[in-house]
Design a protein around this ligand. Structure first.
Ligand code: SF4
Ligand code: SF4
Length: 329
């Protein structure tokens, strides 16, 4: 097997914070109001921009958690980007912070002055469980006034969401009752939601799963997903999250270096030998026994093994960060 090294970074984002006003059932990073209120500080932001530059990437988006929950922190991150000629492509938001106040409008004007010209507004029935739609509509309108363009995630759900009273949030059960049984699951499949983080629980209530033998025989190769840099993330703690494998991490300063088996036993095993290699390794070394008869996928099994290492074996490793991820529901 060739060396495992993250060299060139293509396209990605900075996770400024993991805490969020929402607790969406599909959230890959398990963001919620229950995380510590830590936010990316200016020094860290500059380190991240410099690291990304070195890896051939001169622009990123900002995401979370909900980045707008700390307006001052967000402005500092944007100022640092401007000072270092680093482009911020867009900021992701769920609109929960927006109430139409003068302060809100000033904040939008300030980020526009800092060269951010686009927001990506997340809207879906999953988000609508926590965010009343009037907030989304209000932010859409305010962005137009402030010359900020908008792109959306799951925007073809707009018509379905707009059927309900927009002053309050609505549960997924309400959507099922209105649009029929299976509506939410079909939506999740239609949008190809990643089965990781909290979404594993969501999908587990709909799909039967496979035995471990079946998963291992279907996934014999290494996890080359870990090398994908087309939608990477770096978080406020300096963790580079490989692929979309939430809960796995590479220290930011190790980008561009060959990862050693000694420092990154879990990641190098997954990359070289795949889930079968990790399963054998953790069973042989730590006595791991699967808790369930079936799993949704190799990623579901991978997640349980990693949770076992953190929660049962109390292993504190730079490749299993942030630890809080494993403590969240
Ligand atoms: S999906 Fe977005 S809005 Fe929902 S909990 Fe995660 S970060 Fe928050
Ligand atoms: S099995 Fe683990 S490393 Fe492989 S793609 Fe899934 S989450 Fe990522």
């Amino acid at each position: 097997m060739s060396d495992f090294c993250i060299n060139q970074l293509s396209s990605g984002g900075i996770i400024t914070n993991y805490y969020c006003s929402s607790n969406c059932r599909h959230c890959l990073y398990k963001c919620s109001p229950y995380w510590p209120k830590s936010y990316c500080n200016p020094n860290r932001a500059v380190q991240i921009y410099k690291t990304l530059y070195r890896a051939g990437c001169a622009s990123v988006h900002i995401g979370g958690g909900e980045p707008f929950l700390n307006p001052d922190g967000l402005i500092e991150v944007l100022k640092c980007a401007k000072e270092h000629a680093f482009k911020i492509e867009y900021i992701e938001t769920n609109s929960s912070w927006f109430n139409g106040s003068n302060e809100n409008i000033k904040l939008l004007e300030e980020i526009r002055k800092l060269d951010v010209s686009r927001l990506l507004i997340s809207m879906s029935p999953f988000h609508n469980e926590y965010v009343p739609f009037k907030k989304v509509k209000g932010l859409l309108s305010a962005c137009t006034s402030c010359s900020i363009s908008i792109s959306g995630w799951l925007w073809d759900s707009f018509g379905d969401i707009d059927i309900f009273d927009d002053q309050v949030s609505h549960s997924l059960d309400e959507y099922e009752a209105t649009f029929g049984d299976g509506y939410i699951y079909q939506l999740a499949r239609k949008y190809n939601l990643k089965q990781g983080g909290r979404a594993l629980n969501f999908f587990s209530s709909f799909e039967r799963g496979m035995t471990i033998q079946s998963i291992l025989s279907k996934n014999r190769g290494g996890c080359l997903e870990l090398e994908d840099t087309s939608h990477f993330h770096i978080d406020l703690f300096g963790n580079y999250i490989p692929g979309l494998c939430a809960g796995l991490s590479i220290r930011m300063e190790d980008i561009g270096k060959v990862l050693s088996r000694q420092d990154y036993p879990v990641l190098t095993t997954l990359r070289n030998e795949g889930i079968g290699g990790l399963f054998d390794f953790v069973r042989d070394v730590y006595g791991f026994e699967p808790a369930k008869p079936v799993y949704l996928s190799k990623c579901d099994l991978c997640y349980e093994i990693r949770s076992f290492l953190i929660n049962t074996e109390k292993i504190l490793s730079p490749e299993l960060r942030p630890y809080e991820h494993y403590y969240q529901n």
